[in-house]
Design a protein around this ligand. Structure first.
Ligand code: G3P
Ligand code: MG
Length: 252
């Protein structure tokens, strides 16, 4: 048994990352404004152990600073502008801590697919030890799925809570041969795969095996359309409004 999670058709990837700087509070607010109630976000630890919502191992691409997260402290990150790179309207946006993000998700009554991002050289055990208690405390089990490419992070997560109170998702690029073992090992709720590399028979096998299938990161709804028929539950997209327009045109 898993938590009674009602997965949405659309999940906004890194927040609404086509409309606002990815993985920021602004990106989650943008998703909410667009009527999207689930977001995918990446979490990792700074050098001082603070969990932050960030994708890359360094800050160069998504801020006005430089440096690796592993060598930064929380006060240092707060001197960076994490919005201006995306657009003038977002100047002053800061890197979000996990705690700030969880508070916003709670306030907006939103749900999250939180990706435990284990960049090269990062410690998956430390990440899980710091992140899991906060998430379990902040959100009801029906409102989050934790996923990771890192099987150590997933296995360690499972030691925190059984499958009926903690939904875990195996995250893969191409579907590996041993996907059944990976899912069974952690009593997975879901499998998250690259949408463009999935074949119909693979998608159907995942769904047949009882796992929810989430697909990242399709941004062209027309190209993604067949995946719904193959059994995909959710599209994790940067462009939720393009999908909404497509869906309302196709099914109205
Ligand atoms: O969780 C789906 C997707 O976010 C995985 O890849 O690199 O965008 O974090 P990435
Ligand atoms: Mg991600």
């Amino acid at each position: 048994m898993h938590p009674a999670i009602s997965l949405p058709t659309l999940i906004a990837h890194r927040g609404y990352s086509a409309a606002a700087p990815e993985n920021t509070l602004a990106a989650v607010r943008a998703a909410h404004r667009a009527g999207v109630r689930w977001v995918e976000l990446d979490v990792q630890l700074l050098g001082d152990g603070t969990p932050v919502i960030w994708h890359d191992a360094d800050v160069a691409r998504c801020s006005d600073g430089r440096g690796r997260l592993r060598r930064m402290t929380w006060p240092q990150t707060q001197t960076l502008d994490a919005g201006r790179w995306f657009g003038k309207a977002f100047a002053g946006e800061k890197m979000a801590s996990l705690e700030d993000m969880l508070a916003l998700l709670d306030a907006l009554e939103m749900s999250v697919n939180l990706e435990l991002k284990v960049n090269r050289g990062h410690d998956p055990i430390a990440l899980v030890d710091r992140v899991l208690p906060s998430v379990l405390d902040a959100l009801p089990a029906e409102r989050f799925v934790l996923s990771s490419f890192d099987q150590t992070a997933l296995r360690h997560s499972r030691t925190f809570a059984p499958a009926n109170t903690l939904a875990l998702g195996v995250l893969v690029n191409r579907l590996p041969k041993d996907w059944r073992t990976l899912c069974a090992d952690i009593d997975a709720f879901s499998l998250h795969a690259h949408w463009g590399r999935l074949k119909p028979a693979q998608a159907e096998a995942v769904v047949q095996a009882g796992y929810a299938l989430l697909c990242y990161t399709p941004n062209d709804p027309h190209a993604f359309h067949p995946l719904w028929a193959w059994g995909a539950a959710s599209a994790i997209t940067d462009e939720p409004e393009a999908f909404q327009r497509y869906l309302s045109a196709s099914f109205s």
